[in-house]
Ligand binder design. Sequence first.
Ligand code: NAD
Length: 310
Amino acid sequence: MKNKNILITGGAGFIGSHIANELMESNNITIIDNLSTGNIKNLKSKDHDNLNFIEGDICNFNLDDLTCDIDYIFHLAAMASVPLSIERPEECNEINLNATVKLLKSAADNDVEKIVFSSSSAVYGENRNMPLKETEPPMPKSPYASSKASCELYLKSFYESYGLKYTALRYFNVFGPKQDKNSQYSSVIPNFISALLEGKQAEIYGDGEQTRDFVYVGDIVKANIAASEADYNGIINVASGKKLSVNRLYEIVKDTLGSDLEPKYLPERPRDIKHSLADISNMEKINLKIDSDNFESQLIETINWFKTIL
Ligand code: NAD
């Protein structure tokens, strides 16, 4: 992608900043981010000639101004935490759904070429029909998941009503450099790495035999760019298509770091799902291939990044 005008909402966050940094050299990037969980330091240069960084909130910003002359939108700004959405469902709805509908309307009015939306495997919720296909019914277990599923429906309806092109990417468990380890809701890979680097016992909820489908943030960047360029309107799972147990993950992180600390097992969390695995056959619709054999080298890159911040 070259010489395009791109809007990235949530572009200072974990995933959004990786997309921004990848596209910044050859495109004009506008980012809107209220820095609620994002950090300007995630961007390779906030003063880059091709970057217009707006510290603002998508809930109350004039989105018509923002989408004017934009070719592609990568929409990532969201309340991205399941537990927080359970604590504050109205706020989740305001940010994740209402602001998205406003953004879609502005994008349609301003003839934006395409919007790529960051959805989530959370929409599958209780659905245990593994590997999960995009055609499975959503079974959300949280306001966060409902908001993402609702956005997907709005994207389809805007495509049908106004011709606004879209792809909704359902990310599974994303990991990589810049993932926030300080958030009380941070996920298992940053938790394991930071605990072991600090010489502390890592915590595992339940027996550790629960499995997840981990996907590297660099592949999420590729998915976003591929989706923007593809002639496909719909939903795509983005994952490795491989399951890894939390116990096995712990072993890999522990061995990579040369640690001999044993994990501390805590009671299972009632809302946690036991297994999550994607059917990734639809990724070819956006010409996306993810090499799932690189997990260990991607983990090493992630660990090396964590070493620089601890
Ligand atoms: P993140 O919290 O690092 O990024 C979200 C960004 O949006 C942050 O920079 C935050 O400051 C910004 N933001 C939040 N509310 C805003 C608002 N009202 N106005 C403007 N900016 C706002 O999270 P992330 O992990 O990078 O997630 C990015 C997107 O991907 C989210 O939509 C999330 O739901 C989705 N997603 C993430 C994962 C994952 O494993 N990380 C999995 C599935 C889906």
